[in-house]
Design a protein around this ligand. Sequence first.
Ligand code: BTN
Length: 239
Amino acid sequence: MDMRSIHFRIIDSTNTWSKENYRNFERDKITLVTADQQTDGHGRYHRCWISPANQNIYATFTLFIENGAHLIGNISQVTSLAIVNTLKEKNLKPALKWPNDILVNRKKISGILSEVIFEGNWTILIVGIGLNVNMPAEMLEMIDQPATSLLNEKGQTFEINEILLSLKTHFGQCMSLYLERGFQPFLESYRSLIMHKKDEPLMINHQKGFFQSITDDGALVYTSENGETVTTFAGETRV
Ligand code: BTN
């Protein structure tokens, strides 16, 4: 799928701008909106996404899919694999925290905020990615959970545009495959990257549980404290 890019020096949020302007996007292309800085960057559950100027990638991809409601479920998980491929090119060893946080050395380096709009037969997928590239340690400490950046891991700064180019390529490749064949081709690599081990304790949607497995649909299976087996498609984990 062809891609068109729009870049801002400063914006409130690339997701918000995309939601406000998607009507002007071409439906047969992916539109990528990026910014050097966000003044109202946000993550899942309305959390703030710290977005200082010229340090990181703030990017939102918008895709239009006719009759695409069935593709909502795994869009963020497939996107997480595109980010993993991008990071592996820089010799990092990323892992995934279910459903789609990207971690390096158990610290979060990237997050995804996917939003969806339905319009007639159209499903409009708005996929926001924050990837910490040159964020220094003192700024990472301001984040409310263990966080890292490429700079923090490798001790050198990176060319943001070069990483963005790689992300665009991997996102485009992953989406083409996902639109054609669904989640199945990604399942093995998704499972192998999941950091959780069988029977390992975790917090799932603020409840204690023990990780069991990932279903073929990408859902999380865990046992609750009272021994019940639960399958969940939505939520977040903490370890
Ligand atoms: C999360 O882990 O909670 C998701 C974080 C998503 C942050 C990105 S940065 C680009 C885009 N614009 C936003 O306001 N959010 C996403």
